[in-house]
Design a protein around this ligand. Structure first.
Ligand SMILES: [Fe+2]
Length: 459
């Protein structure tokens, strides 16, 4: 796994950075080493790619530059087929508004016995919002590359977040707040001229690439960046990591004079069921279906940003949907879940974030027909620190959504998934108090999915 070094107060020129990978924490047995040039054009980040390591084991790494040595990080290689692929444990997390809480969840995650961390977006927030802040962004909304770099530098000044990076390898994808709330492709929520907004997107994507452990192939070109990708862990698991922002069609029926999300009914907004609307874009949809078709893994983890299950936000008669999640792209969702059913994809498990609550749901081919097939299982993780909605509102939404088996917006934390040949076990790890930097953590609930039987049960 590549790792990055941030911009900080680096001198103006390029700097040669050496890296070392060791089989032991004390660096007695250095197994690989190399050099990268850290340039000011890329915020003095380096993305070292290491080949030839053994599968399914821990390694330690560090950087050298101008006589200084970095802190040590630990990483783990993916298991190979038949070699350590009997079990995989990973944590997943999302939504870490810096002002709304501390990152105690990351301190616990760093100490947790997991092989991998998956981040599902809203790693930074561009905007300040919410009440009762515990700390401040101390800067307005970023627009330029330098301003986005400063925002990452602030978030990464948190020692608990850095500890979680140093303890585990990460897979990361983004949601909207890495750029702008509710953006869709080239459209911002303030309806900035698309050319201008794409300049901002280019700055935001570059800062994301510089600060996240991404491979070199993800390096952005102007406003475009390749992010969706696949990772295999022997025959046990394949991760299909999606990008739900860059390639999506614009949200249907926004509010007057605005871009972004809205809550609308299908009667008032026929575009909600437009066949051309797509949350992933057609190319990524085809790539995903091809990958699901070709997968021979026992568990297919679809790692994406937001809630996939339908949520009718109007209790009783009639239906209303939020246009920013999969409800705003319902035919694209039907295409995807239809393909999952038709291809008999092995154990599809969808993980998501974005909505700042834990959700466990059955994914059906037709959410309005309780007799339709359950084809996949969904787990949405709660936020690391971002505020959740009131519980009362969530209970109202659940009235007409019986496929949602569990929903709790009141807690902050992360989720831990354990995959084995026989089942998938998901633990919801929640903080006692996100406003306490030293908060304890507990496993609030545990759910299980049995091999070959989509749908989660309390465990
Ligand atoms: Fe969020």
């Amino acid at each position: 796994m590549p790792e990055t070094a941030g911009s900080g107060s680096a001198p103006p020129g390029a700097i040669e950075v050496g890296w070392e990978i060791a089989a032991d924490e004390a660096f007695r047995r250095i197994v690989r080493s190399g050099r990268e040039l850290a340039t000011p054009q890329w915020g003095h980040s380096v993305h070292a790619e290491v080949a030839g390591l053994e599968p399914g084991r821990w390694y330690w790494y560090r950087f050298h530059a101008r006589g200084a040595v970095s802190a040590t990080g630990r990483t783990r290689t993916a298991a190979a087929i038949g070699d350590g692929d009997e079990r995989l444990r990973f944590a997943f997390a999302s939504c870490q508004q810096y002002e709304q809480g501390y990152y105690a969840a990351y301190r616990h995650m760093a100490a947790d016995d997991v092989d991998l961390v998956v981040h599902l977006g809203d790693y930074i927030y561009e905007s300040s919002w919410g009440r009762n802040h515990v700390r401040s962004h101390d800067a307005p909304e970023p627009i330029t590359l330098e301003e986005y770099r400063q925002r990452y530098a602030l978030y990464k000044s948190d020692a608990d977040l850095r500890a979680a990076h140093a303890a585990h390898p990460w897979i990361a994808t983004w949601d909207d707040h890495e750029v702008d709330n509710d953006y869709a492709d080239n459209r911002s929520q303030d309806l900035d001229p698309p050319g201008l907004f794409l300049k901002r997107r280019a700055a935001a994507y570059q800062a994301y690439y510089e600060h996240m452990p991404l491979p070199k192939w993800a390096r952005p070109r102007g406003p475009n960046m390749q992010l969706y990708c696949r990772w295999s862990f022997g025959t046990l698991a394949q991760f299909h990591v999606l990008d739900g922002r860059q390639h999506r069609t614009h949200q249907a029926c926004p509010r007057e004079g605005r871009g972004g999300s809205n809550v609308v009914s299908a009667e008032d907004c026929p575009q909600l069921n437009h066949p051309d609307s797509s949350l992933l874009g057609r190319a990524q949809e085809q790539w995903l279906v091809a990958g699901l078709r070709g997968s021979s893994a026992r568990w297919n983890v679809i790692a994406q940003q937001t809630l996939m299950a339908q949520v009718d936000r109007r209790p009783g008669e009639g239906q209303a949907f939020w246009t920013d999640d999969w409800d705003g792209y319902s035919l694209a969702r039907r295409r995807l879940l239809g393909a999952v059913e038709e291809l008999c994809v092995a154990n599809p498990v969808v993980i998501g974030g974005d909505v700042h609550m834990s959700v466990v749901a059955d994914l059906r081919t037709d959410f309005d027909d309780p007799r339709s097939a359950v084809v996949a299982t969904e787990f949405v993780g709660t936020s690391i620190s971002s505020h959740g909605l009131p519980r009362r509102r969530i209970e109202t939404w659940r009235q007409d959504s019986p496929h949602i088996k569990y929903a709790d917006p009141t807690r902050r934390g992360y989720s831990v998934v354990e995959l084995s040949g026989k089942r998938c076990l998901v633990r919801l790890r929640t903080l006692d108090d996100v406003r306490d930097s030293q908060s304890g953590i507990r496993t609030l609930k545990t759910f299980a999915v049995d091999d070959g039987r989509p749908g989660a049960q309390p465990a």
